[in-house]
Design a protein around this ligand. Structure first.
Ligand code: HEC
Length: 201
């Protein structure tokens, strides 16, 4: 009963949208609907509805753009990464663990720079019993990948801008969109890379 009602409601919304815009282009209609219904509040401004070149390419090609587009855009994304000016990629893993396990972040009522919500998509350490599996497990990350500065740099860069390494990644670009501060990204990099961190036990 409930499902039927939902289906009718959903159908009604689509119908209304096509009447309202009348373009016959489902993508344009969906964008117009979002623009009409999204109410800017707090840190959630209408900017969130704008696609950048990466999102546009991934949407257009169903997350599988041609190789030349991927190569060009990944190069551009790589160039956005700002590595710490002091050259130190590792902060405090204990502080990093708090950020990684904190799911608050970019909601309109947040102030920004709060949590990384890594556990929503990744297993982090053996003590975490509840985690998402959208991304690969990060347990024993450095133990398996190596503790060297090249992997430290990769981990920091991946957190800063995941799409520089995998264009249509589902992982947020934490540094690029300023969801996390440099110190928070250093702390999380330490969580992944420090031999004493629970990740590497
Ligand atoms: C919305 C889901 C999501 C969130 C949140 C997320 N990730 Fe990811 N992450 C992914 C996915 C999916 C992949 C695999 C695809 C790829 O490489 O981009 C990935 C890949 C990675 C990798 C590369 C792993 C490897 O073996 O090369 C690292 C490192 C990583 N994530 C760290 C983090 C950290 C640290 C956080 C929190 C600051 C985080 N992720 C938050 C989805 C997420």
């Amino acid at each position: 009963m409930k499902l039927t009602t939902l289906a009718i409601l959903a159908g009604g919304t689509v119908l209304l949208a096509s009447c309202a815009t009348g373009t016959g282009d489902p993508r344009a209609e969906a964008l117009a609907m979002m623009d009409r219904d999204f109410h800017a509040r707090g840190i959630a401004s209408k900017d969130r509805l704008k696609e950048d070149a990466v999102m546009a390419a991934c949407n257009k090609y169903n997350d599988n753009p041609p190789a030349d587009v991927v190569a060009r855009l990944q190069k551009e994304q790589l160039a956005t990464i700002r590595y710490p000016a002091d050259g130190k990629l590792l902060g405090d893993w204990k502080a990093g663990e708090k950020v990684a396990q904190n799911g608050r972040g970019m909601a309109w009522s947040d102030k920004g720079g709060v949590g990384g919500s890594c556990y929503n998509c990744h297993q982090i350490g053996p003590a975490t019993t509840s985690f998402g599996t959208v991304g690969p497990s990060l347990y024993q990350f450095a133990k398996m990948r190596g503790f060297g500065t090249d992997i430290q740099r990769y981990a920091y860069g991946k957190i800063y801008n995941s799409k520089a390494f995998n264009l249509c990644s589902q992982m947020p670009r934490f540094g690029h969109v300023q969801a996390l501060t440099e110190q928070q990204m250093k702390d999380i990099t330490a969580l992944l890379m420090d031999p004493a961190s629970p990740v590497n036990q």
